[in-house]
Design a binder for this molecule. Structure first.
Ligand code: CTP
Ligand code: MG
Length: 337
């Protein structure tokens, strides 16, 4: 009887695995789309270097960290010495250059928290944002991409989690919920803490890559091709991991006292970071340490609504929707028994 039960559970898991992998496959951008992104970057590089020969363009965000869905916008970072001109002047000039080259929907948002120029390329149909000198974002993009190369289950899990967050409307920092970047860090931290671990803690290993940006030292082990077998002792499937991910963030993480930390591969105490009280708009309800900018709490955007943790949108979604999700899985489970 037990054996039969076990077989049926395995059948359920297999069905769920197939369903998750089908979602994952349907969201992966096609090779032609990645080629078009490169083509657009080349066009932009030519335009930029005519005006500023020393300037460089880098892709960052999901289009460069391997967590992008098909039809995503691209994020580009312009890196250059601005000399006497300020960021706004450079971005306004850049907007003029792009407009003159027939790029469409060009808009310089110079007053945004991160000033950008928005554009749409009518040739490839790709839209994008260009920011300036946000080099830390280029480096944290590399860190996420390096983690993704270690075990494919990170990319699979992050796709499902991002897909869930976007479908649920809980991936909007303007509305008090978490960024995609924060969700991916939660996936990495979760996989670092599986037993056996599926991901290592790259910042706790020998340093093979090191840069200092704005006085922030970014150093870690980046020879990830040597870590391809790292997670092989853990045989958990994507269905088991999705379940465990929501279960962990719904019931196991101590939101009141702990900080999610990819840098250390575990959790830290809020007290050690002095993230125990509200300062300005930073409420530090859900704390996620940026892997490099250690004073940056990516959960601080979760600041809407009354102070009660459970009425904060993201917290509600992580607790409530994950519980819903688990109930759904349980229903699937019981109907097949
Ligand atoms: N970023 C950051 N600090 C934040 C938010 C974002 O440094 N608080 C940087 C990261 O480099 C991140 C990039 O900005 O990769 C884009 O952030 P986000 O839009 O959240 O992530 P994407 O991976 O681009 O997700 P999406 O596919 O939803 O656009
Ligand atoms: Mg993005």
């Amino acid at each position: 009887r037990n054996l039969k039960r076990q077989t049926m559970c395995r059948g359920d898991i297999n069905r769920l695995n197939a369903a998750f992998l089908a979602i994952y496959d349907s969201l992966i951008p096609a090779d032609e789309e990645k080629a078009k992104q490169k083509q657009l970057l080349t066009v932009l590089e030519k335009l930029v270097s005519k005006e500023w020969p020393e300037a460089r363009l880098y892709l960052y965000g999901s289009c460069a960290n391997s967590f992008d869905f098909s039809k995503s916008d691209i994020d580009v970072c312009l890196v250059m010495e601005a000399g006497n001109s300020d960021k706004s002047e450079v971005l306004l000039k850049l907007a003029d250059i792009l407009q003159a080259d027939n790029l469409q929907n060009v808009q310089a948002l110079t007053r945004a928290r991160v000033p950008i120029v928005k554009l749409m390329d009518p040739v490839t149909g790709i839209s994008g944002d260009i920011c300036m000198n946000n080099v830390l974002a280029v480096v944290n993009t590399k860190l996420l991409r390096d983690y993704a190369h270690i075990d494919v289950r990170l990319r699979q899990l992050a796709f499902i989690v991002k897909h869930w967050a976007k479908s649920r409307g809980v991936n909007e920092t303007y509305h008090g919920t978490l960024s995609s970047y924060a969700y991916v860090l939660m996936c990495i931290n979760f996989l670092q803490q599986r037993r056996p671990a599926i991901l290592p803690c790259l910042q706790g290993m020998d340093i093979t890559y090191s840069v200092t940006i704005d006085n922030v030292e970014c150093a870690y082990f980046d020879q990830v091709e040597k870590l391809r077998d790292f997670g092989s002792r853990n045989r958990e499937s994507i269905a088991q991991l999705v379940w465990a991910f929501f279960h962990y963030w719904a019931y196991c993480h101590d939101y009141a006292n702990d900080v999610i930390s990819v840098r250390t591969g575990c959790t830290l105490s809020k007290r050690a970071k002095d993230w125990t009280r509200r300062i300005g708009n930073d409420r530090h309800l859900i704390c996620i340490e940026d892997p490099f900018e250690l004073s940056h709490d990516l959960g601080r955007v979760v600041d809407k609504g009354p102070l009660d943790l459970l009425s904060v949108p993201t917290a509600t979604c992580i607790h409530g929707h994950a519980a819903d999700f688990i109930k759904r899985l349980q229903q699937v489970h019981s109907t097949t028994h």
